[in-house]
Design a protein around this ligand. Structure first.
Ligand code: FAD
Length: 386
């Protein structure tokens, strides 16, 4: 390891690796050096990512499944121009490591960044390396520091959580339970008990699927309760399955990370990535594609000596998210009605376009006009009064 680098990335997760990938692709690492610092030595398949898009990067070899249809109220609908993609995180980590592996300009360090501070035009970074027998402390300087992971959010700052408890399941040999042509994004036909809960189904074949209970609520859905719900769903639907993998986590549904400016100040050398940069849309928790796009736009800005972009979102989309979060927080039992009405009156591809923040104002007025108007107006009024 050197004492000085051009770039340091904290975290070899989604956003850190996307940035490293684009730095390499854009030729930044032909003559500049990069250090990637990751604190989790045993990082492997720690999650699955899904995302939808119409224009993708050409090489999607890390994607292992995709769907061009979704199930809405029991019927399949095409989602043109979109495709819904699924990948396992370990496939994505390997994809990026293979892509950047040929660069002799990248060093890897398994350690924890404990502090970073900008001094003049450079950033001083402290790293702690935990060897089995001892702890080693290092100081490295860099022209640019990109930080992901380590978001410290107080629970009290989070109004709502998106929790998920999922099983990757297999049916008995030869028994086809699922239709692998179409995935199900939001099936509200499950127990709500005063919260917003839905089932998410990604069928990989007739015999194998990921089935996941997702909950929007102030409380995190416990593993035991989540598994009870999954078992109940399987029993009710007559799905005789065995569980081959478990996924359980919770992400904050909050706008506290939202970027309020479009660019970093010209002299700023410490840049946030991923969740900390506001990559996750507060009302959906999707962010993988935005991290890909952010990584690319940062690499291009560095290449062209331009201002570094944030993950700024248009004000009106931040406003819609804020409104929906307020409703779900105050009336968690109304989520089912809102989303059911949304999918009843809009095609699934319209909903995906809206969630991608690619609709125009007129389309948004049409969407909101079919949702429970009094509830939205009451919430809007209460927001203004505060
Ligand atoms: C289980 C799960 C499933 C998800 N599914 C989807 C999905 O389907 N689609 C979607 O769009 N989004 C999804 N998300 C949301 C989001 O895309 C992920 O959370 C994504 O991994 C966030 O990327 P990130 O780079 O911010 O953080 P991470 O991917 O978590 O990467 C941060 C990395 O930094 C490391 N790190 C942290 N602190 C330090 C430190 N001080 N020093 C060195 N290294 C450090 C961590 O070990 C980690 O490897 C999911 C989230 C979870 C938790």
């Amino acid at each position: 390891m050197k004492k000085s680098y051009n770039y340091i990335i904290q975290g070899a997760g989604a956003s850190g690796l996307w940035l490293a990938y684009w730095m390499h692709k854009e030729g930044l690492l032909d003559d500049k050096t990069l250090l990637i610092v990751e604190c989790d030595k045993s990082k492997q398949n720690d999650r699955t990512w899904c995302f939808w898009g119409d224009q993708m990067i050409q090489d999607l070899s890390f994607v292992d499944f995709s769907w061009s249809q979704v199930q809405v109220f029991g019927e399949s609908q095409r989602i043109d121009p979109y495709t819904y993609y699924h990948c396992r995180s370990e496939a994505f980590y390997t994809f990026v490591k293979n892509a950047i592996g040929s660069s002799g300009q990248i060093d890897w360090c398994f350690g924890r960044v404990t502090s970073n501070s900008q001094i003049g035009g450079r950033v001083s970074v402290d790293i702690q390396i935990d060897n089995d027998a001892s702890v080693e402390s290092l100081n490295v300087v860099t022209d640019w520091f990109f930080g992901s992971g380590g978001a410290s959010v107080k629970s009290s700052e989070i109004g709502l959580w998106q929790s998920f408890v999922g099983w990757r399941v297999k049916s008995k040999p030869g028994v086809s339970l699922f239709n692998s042509d179409a995935c199900t994004l939001m099936d509200f036909g499950i127990e709500q008990t005063g919260k917003t809960r839905f089932l998410y189904v990604l069928p990989f074949s007739g015999e194998e699927a990921l089935i996941e209970v997702t909950q929007f609520d102030k409380e995190i859905l416990g593993l035991e309760e989540g598994q009870r719900l999954l078992q109940e769903i399987c029993d009710k639907r007559g799905w005789d399955i065995s569980v081959i993998e478990l996924e359980n986590n919770a992400i904050p549904m909050s706008s506290i990370f939202d970027a309020l400016e479009r660019f970093y100040a010209p002299d700023k050398r410490i840049v946030s990535l991923g969740v900390m940069a506001g990559a996750l849309k507060p009302t959906t928790g999707y962010g993988f594609l935005r991290m890909m796009q952010h990584g690319r736009s940062i690499a291009l800005a560095l290449k062209n000596n331009a201002l570094i972009p944030t993950l700024y979102r248009k004000k009106r989309f931040r406003f819609y998210d804020d409104l929906l979060l307020r409703i779900l927080q105050k009336h968690p039992n109304r989520g089912k009605q809102i989303f059911d009405q949304l999918f009843q009156h809009q095609s699934a591809s319209n909903v995906l376009r809206f969630l991608n923040e690619k609709t125009n104002l007129l389309q948004e007025i049409m969407i909101f006009s079919r949702l429970p108007k009094r509830l939205f107006l009451r919430t809007l009024f209460a927001k203004w009064m505060n």
